[in-house]
Design a protein around this ligand. Sequence first.
Ligand code: ADP
Ligand code: MG
Length: 234
Amino acid sequence: MLEVEGLSAWYGASHALQSVAFGVAEGEILCLLGRNGAGKTTTLKAIMGLMPRRAGSVRFRGEEVLQRPPEARFHLGLAYVPEERRIVPGLTVRENLRLGLIAARNRQDEARALDRIAETFPRLRERLDQQASTMSGGEQQMLAIARALMAEPRLLMLDEPSEGIMPVLVDEMFDLFARLRRDGTTLLLVEQNVELALNLADRAVVLDQGEVVHRAAAAELLADAEVQARYCAV
Ligand SMILES: Nc1ncnc2c1ncn2[C@@H]1O[C@H](COP(=O)(O)OP(=O)(O)O)[C@@H](O)[C@H]1O
Ligand SMILES: [Mg+2]
């Protein structure tokens, strides 16, 4: 579904990603791991077209998208929930969700999309007309994920979705990810919570200093305390 090859990216003169390569197969959950500063966020941004200086190849469903504008990816079914939850605090939950349809691949019926999301996120259903800023950090993160799902993406990329969220919501979120996979959504997940991520994911790619240093089945990496200690400890 997604094939990344020779992906490089720069912040000014600083070479943040060096020829990163990995693939994500349809229907799987791939987790991208690595210490702080390893290049995980930069990888997602480069895939999304948000790094001004980038090189290499990103093919999504057979199409080369690296040098195309970010919107082109939405239309093909690629969605991204960044680290800093960019919900609009002054808008209601419903209005935030509506924004998720703007770049949708198929301009579906808004009411139908809202019904579907409300069913998936009971916590949001009760709060559709509440101002987004009045919700907890975890609920805002759920809203950011729900907004991305409004457009029914084929591949959803999430950057540290569980960060700073209370455990009960993290469990809910990971249950949601498992359900999304079951329903056919492919996930590329960046996580600091290594054990939780590896218990959910099918495969893992580990980054260090902007390079891929390890690729493995999630279960295999879960059992590999040495690699985890070397590359995944925060
Ligand atoms: N806006 C920026 N300007 C300059 N350097 C940056 C910027 N953002 C990240 N970096 C650097 O790029 C490298 C990779 O960062 P990042 O992708 O955010 O890592 P991770 O998400 O794995 O913690 C780090 O060395 C970081 O300091
Ligand atoms: Mg990051």
